[in-house]
Design a binder for this molecule. Structure first.
Ligand code: HEC
Ligand code: HEC
Ligand code: HEC
Ligand code: HEC
Ligand code: HEC
Ligand code: HEC
Ligand code: HEC
Length: 267
């Protein structure tokens, strides 16, 4: 780990303390493979850190819900500060912003820029570089469409679906897969991430597995008693089907997200 620029110094404290804490593997990993993305660490010339309490007067709603965010835990412990400086680890030191009476001056608003997140989440960056991925690094989407940087609900809800909250953010953009249907596939209740990696994957359609194992995890194959080598799923002999391709190959269960017409999810 060699980060030469002085402005990186405060980030060096993070991995060291994280290692001591023993639980913050993410930062340890991140920094040991540092490819200088940490350069973006927030610096505001002439400003110093003042702690979260100093933000309370003017940004009470955010300051009040922030302690329940996983980031509040991390920044407090990892930065080894007496005060609570979580806000400033993303927004930069706040003294000049406050001296100026607030306003957009002398403070960093990362806005939709994923660089503000990727400086720490290097593993996430490589997921977005996988063969099949959401177009975040291409600038067509961003982290805060799915993640709330301030609150407990780091998986931002989008409302309306009777499923795990983690799927709700997907519904904003993927109506077709999330609309109500007559024949639901209960797998979706466990969340979209049961079958998809939300950032990216080597498999097409960002699937977590590329073959029938994606489905057999829940639909255990049952060798029929007395019949040699035959694979039954439910009441149906699938021995031949499983040689034809994946379970969602054309002609089979293409309507994996649910169907309005077929209980077997074929169309
Ligand atoms: C993990 C990084 C991160 C931390 C920690 C963080 N913020 Fe933010 N903040 C952001 C991002 C990203 C945005 C822009 C969000 C957007 O544009 O949707 C933002 C936006 C804001 C805004 C302007 C927009 C708004 O929602 O009003 C304020 C004010 C703000 N943050 C204050 C705070 C305060 C106060 C704290 C600490 C209690 C804090 N932030 C902690 C990342 C962070
Ligand atoms: C004296 C009041 C005051 C204090 C204290 C204060 N702010 Fe602000 N802040 C403002 C005002 C006013 C704005 C501009 C209006 C708005 O965006 O809500 C602002 C805007 C911001 C923005 C958005 C800037 C932009 O370009 O959109 C961020 C981020 C922010 N503040 C973070 C902080 C953090 C972090 C602290 C504590 C270290 C803090 N503020 C303390 C008054 C204050
Ligand atoms: C200063 C480094 C840092 C920055 C900047 C940062 N994070 Fe994190 N984040 C962490 C660490 C460390 C954890 C691990 C928290 C834990 O395990 O308790 C984490 C956890 C998370 C988690 C997972 C929470 C969980 O419960 O598994 C998400 C999601 C996340 N961050 C998203 C973001 C987003 C989005 C941004 C940008 C707005 C961002 N992070 C900016 C350090 C950072
Ligand atoms: C399309 C929505 C989406 C976008 C965009 C997105 N995430 Fe995530 N992210 C998720 C979901 C959903 C999970 C939960 C994964 C799970 O439960 O298996 C997650 C998990 C995480 C985690 C926890 C560790 C892990 O990988 O499971 C981190 C850290 C994280 N995201 C950071 C980021 C950062 C940084 C960005 C932007 C560069 C980003 N995410 C963009 C949806 C998204
Ligand atoms: C802000 C909008 C947005 C959100 C939220 C979103 N997606 Fe996407 N999704 C996209 C875009 C844009 C593409 C790329 C489409 C393209 O390239 O034509 C995409 C593509 C996909 C693909 C197909 C990838 C391929 O290889 O064809 C899958 C699967 C997917 N998203 C799943 C999810 C899941 C699961 C979630 C929730 C964790 C989610 N999306 C949340 C916008 C979104
Ligand atoms: C049971 C596993 C499973 C679950 C759960 C699941 N998907 Fe899928 N999804 C698939 C499979 C398999 C494909 C690939 C279908 C194909 O190649 O034709 C796919 C494809 C997609 C595509 C690409 C569609 C296209 O036409 O290219 C999107 C978008 C998508 N899923 C979104 C979601 C969303 C959003 C959720 C959560 C509401 C979700 N998926 C839950 C298995 C699943
Ligand atoms: C997270 C667990 C889970 C995963 C993964 C999963 N399923 Fe399901 N699926 C279920 C449950 C639960 C049911 C309802 C009970 C049943 O019929 O076994 C179901 C029902 C079905 C049905 C309707 C069966 C009937 O006769 O009514 C089909 C077809 C199906 N799944 C296909 C698939 C395919 C194809 C995949 C892989 C893309 C898959 N499932 C992955 C849990 C899962």
């Amino acid at each position: 780990m060699s980060l030469s620029k002085p402005k990186n110094l405060r980030w060096l404290a993070v991995p060291a303390l994280a290692l001591a804490a023993g639980t913050l593997g993410l930062l340890v990993n991140s920094c040991s493979t540092a490819d200088r993305t940490i350069d973006a660490a927030p610096v505001i010339p002439g400003a110093h850190e003042v702690g979260n309490k100093a933000c309370l007067d003017c940004h009470a709603p955010i300051v009040q819900r922030f302690p329940s965010s996983p980031h509040a835990r991390v920044h407090l412990a990892a930065l080894g500060k007496d005060g609570d400086t979580g806000c400033e680890s993303c927004h930069g030191p706040g003294s000049k912003h406050i001296e100026a009476g607030g306003g957009p001056k002398f403070i960093i608003n990362p806005g939709k820029d994923p660089a503000a997140c990727l400086q720490c989440h290097l593993e996430t960056r490589s997921e977005f570089q996988s063969l099949h991925h959401h177009p975040v690094l291409e600038g067509r989407m961003n982290c805060v469409q799915c993640h709330d940087p301030h609150g407990n609900d780091i998986f931002k809800p989008a409302g309306g679906l009777a499923m795990g909250r983690r799927s709700e953010s997907c519904a904003q953009c993927h109506r077709k897969q999330t609309r109500p249907v007559v024949f639901e596939h209960p797998a979706l209740r466990e969340g979209c991430t049961t079958c998809h990696n939300p950032h990216g994957s080597l498999n097409r359609k960002m699937l977590t597995q590329s073959d029938p194992n994606l489905c057999l995890r829940c639909h255990a194959e049952v060798p029929a008693p007395g019949l040699s080598g035959q694979i039954y799923i439910g009441n149906t002999d699938h021995t031949g089907f499983l040689q034809m391709g994946t379970c969602w190959t054309a002609g089979c269960h293409t309507a994996v997200h649910g169907s309005n017409v077929d209980v077997r999810l074929r169309y």
